[in-house]
Design a protein. Structure first.
Length: 97
């Protein structure tokens, strides 16, 4: 079953290659969506795909790349239709918002 999640990651998550590593992990899991830095210091991930693959990415996001120090992670549901309209079957790094 396909699911869509919007995830906010807090902690030392900017300047540690979090976005690039997230894209690599998500692409390997055949997920679509994107990742961006937020001006408040968090990282936002919107991801869609098979539920087991999304859960695998969430598990990875709880620690992130080697230099990251994740303190909290917030997960909400999002609309598959909205995300599929933005993406053409890929996982991208989006501009900071």
């Amino acid at each position: 079953m396909k699911v869509c999640k919007r995830i906010f990651i807090s902690g030392q998550v900017q300047g540690v290659f979090f976005r690039d590593n997230t894209r690599r992990e998500a692409t390997g899991l055949q997920l679509t969506g994107g990742v961006r830095n937020l001006r408040d210091g968090r990282v936002e991930v919107q991801v869609a795909g098979e539920e087991a693959a999304v859960q695998s990415l969430i598990k990875w996001l709880k620690t992130g790349p080697k230099l990251a120090k994740v303190s909290t992670i917030e997960i909400t549901e999002c609309s598959l239709d909205h995300l599929q309209d933005q993406q053409a079957g890929s996982f991208e790094i989006w501009a900071t918002r």
